[in-house]
Design a protein around this ligand. Structure first.
Ligand SMILES: Cc1cc2nc3c(=O)[nH]c(=O)nc-3n(C[C@H](O)[C@H](O)[C@H](O)COP(=O)(O)OP(=O)(O)OC[C@H]3O[C@@H](n4cnc5c(N)ncnc54)[C@H](O)[C@@H]3O)c2cc1C
Length: 388
């Protein structure tokens, strides 16, 4: 046995941005005895450390829009409240739409987003240059675009560090190189969590295992429908025609996106043909397809040198909406999974809501029923269609 505590009020499995946000918010609510168990040698080495840092209000599902409103308001105050810089740029998301059915879909989404007071607009291709001056985009095949200036990009490492250090300050124990292998269950509730060397008795376990949520669910006898989809990112060295602002531009039909990064750009595009995999090597074969789309959409990329590349997992649920909260058949087992590529931006809200679910018995800042795992059993899932 190591020197690890052998009991805790709450054990959080996973030291990504979600697990650390939950641990921080629980501690801020006065929970005294919280342990975060992370299998890697450092926190933030899973999907969190591989993410593009975007945040947006432009979702199709009302529940996701509500989550974004709560999260972005917390990100706006983050640097000050958490005493941690997060390279926060509210320079907008611009979706470029090439298909008539996408324009129709985004019109519907905009109407919903505007009902919440979100400043999003449908713009003509000719007006794109007004929104993004000095960015040489190809727009002659674009039918319309949508823009929301309250969307933007921020630094996932900064947000993760903010939650880590403030959780520690409030007394949270964070243990690395501690892979959870067993969850003990008795009489319909969780009772303990075991790693290779230790056992911690607890009445509350949070599954914040990112792409590994399914495996952790299985340990408790719960099927958590999350699959890992490989997503690759490339960054470039600085080049003269790099965009001056951090606006995240998305070619919606292909899924190609880019934003400014260190004087160059960061870009990516989903390989929608690839089946679920935990593979994390860079897909250089697919790179050729990505560059074809990239250079067509943003021609200055033809002259940019690649600086870095990596791959990560989108932890994807069947309807691309998160899976949050309690599980009816197992007391004390709490889910924070299935963010489907949006977990960085939703982590601030999710931390607060899961803390409420545990401390107050029910999340109340907003209703998380639409995110309950029960939806898959009841078959009344709303699907998030605005996934990149
Ligand atoms: C290429 C890419 C781009 C992305 N871009 C964006 C974006 O622009 N905006 C956005 O909002 N989101 C984005 N995402 C998604 C975002 O990164 C994830 O949704 C988010 O990081 C999920 O956080 P998490 O803490 O749930 O998962 P993770 O960061 O994966 O953390 C889970 C942790 O659990 C640990 N773990 C797993 N199993 C065990 C176990 N048995 N015992 C102990 N520890 C365990 C893992 O080691 C890991 O550290 C992107 C993702 C990728 C891959």
């Amino acid at each position: 046995m190591s020197d690890m505590k052998n009991s805790a009020e709450v054990v959080v499995i996973g030291g990504g941005v979600i697990g650390l946000s939950i641990a921080y918010h629980l501690a801020a609510r006065g929970v005294k005895d919280i342990v975060v168990l992370e299998k890697e040698s450092m926190v933030g080495m899973g999907s969190t450390g591989r993410c593009a840092g975007g945040f947006r209000h432009q979702f199709s599902a009302e529940a996701n829009i509500r989550l974004s409103l709560l999260s972005v308001s917390k990100l706006e105050r983050f640097a000050e409240e958490m005493d941690q810089p997060i390279d926060f740029h509210q320079d907008g998301y611009l979706f470029l739409l090439r298909e008539p059915q996408d324009v129709q879909l985004f019109r519907k989404n905009i109407a919903l987003q505007q009902r919440f007071g979100i400043p999003v607009q449908l713009i003509e291709p000719a007006d794109i240059a007004r929104i993004l001056p000095n960015v040489q985009l190809t727009v002659d095949d674009v039918l319309a675009a949508t823009y929301c200036g309250k969307d933007g990009v921020s630094d996932p490492a900064g947000v993760t560090e903010g939650y880590r250090k403030n959780a520690k300050r409030l007394g949270v124990t964070i243990r690395t190189e501690q892979e959870v292998t067993v969850i003990d269950v008795a009489h319909g509730r969780v009772t303990a969590v075991r790693t290779k060397t230790d056992s911690i008795s607890t009445r509350v376990v949070v599954n914040a295992a990112g792409p590994h949520a399914g495996a952790v669910g299985k340990m408790a006898g719960i099927e958590v429908p999350v699959v890992p989809l490989r997503r690759c990112i490339w960054t470039t060295r600085p080049f003269p025609l790099a965009p001056p602002r951090w606006t995240l531009v998305i070619d919606f039909s292909s899924g190609f996106y880019f934003h400014r990064e260190s004087g160059g750009v960061l870009f990516g595009m989903a390989n929608r043909e690839e089946p679920p995999t935990f593979e994390l090597s860079v897909d250089w074969k697919f790179f050729e397809t990505v560059m074809e789309v990239a250079i067509h959409r943003f021609p200055p990329l033809a002259d940019a040198a690649i600086k870095n590349a990596w791959a990560g997992s989108y932890e994807t649920s069947p309807d691309a909406l998160p899976i949050l909260g309690k599980v009816s058949e197992l007391d004390g087992f709490i889910l924070a999974n299935g963010f489907s590529g949006h977990g960085f931006q939703h982590a601030p809200a999710v931390g607060q809501l899961i803390a409420e679910e545990i401390v107050d018995g029910r999340a109340h800042t907003m209703d998380i029923a639409p995110f309950s795992i029960e939806r898959f059993r009841e078959g009344k899932a709303e699907v998030e269609t605005n996934v990149v």
